[in-house]
Ligand binder design. Structure first.
Ligand SMILES: [Zn+2]
Length: 150
């Protein structure tokens, strides 16, 4: 896995590799409109990577349907995301960024009562993610899903 901060770039460099919406969200901590993201209702088995630097961030096995309008995960790949206190917009929230490039992903909310192993909701912008389908992951996911139903 990429070490923390190993994929940092200047704003000018990011502008060159990201589209306008990706730059607004990943680098300027924007938020996509709810229910518009391409991964909001998406449940293929595979791995979600950082749209900016390609580092794997979330597995499809931790994605769940929260109904909030953005892709939701109950856990990240260990070490892949960093949490920061965010006091913007008159509230205290936990911002999450990609550990490798510092790109803004979204926020983590805790204790909402979702029936997940962590009771956390990583609310992530689809724009901040890419998806890579993984056949091995698919087989594993089928196995894990079988276990969860017990
Ligand atoms: Zn990244």
């Amino acid at each position: 896995m990429a070490a923390n901060g190993s994929k940092q770039k200047s704003d000018a460099e990011w502008r060159a590799v990201l589209n306008k919406e990706q730059f607004r969200i990943l680098r300027q901590k924007g938020t996509e409109m709810p229910n518009t993201g391409k991964y909001n209702h998406f449940s293929e088995p595979g791995v979600y990577t950082c749209a900016a630097c390609g580092t794997p961030l979330y597995k499809s096995t931790t994605k769940f349907d929260s109904g909030c309008g953005w892709p939701a995960f109950f856990d990240a790949i260990p070490g892949a995301v960093v949490r920061h206190e965010d006091r913007s917009m008159g509230m205290t929230r936990t911002e999450i960024t990609c550990a490798a490039c510092g790109g803004h992903l979204g926020h983590v909310f805790k204790g909402e009562g979702f029936a997940t192993p962590t009771d956390e909701r990583h609310c992530v912008n689809s724009v901040s993610l890419d998806f890579s389908k993984d056949e091995a992951e698919k087989a594993k996911a089928a196995k894990e899903n079988g276990k969860d139903e017990l």
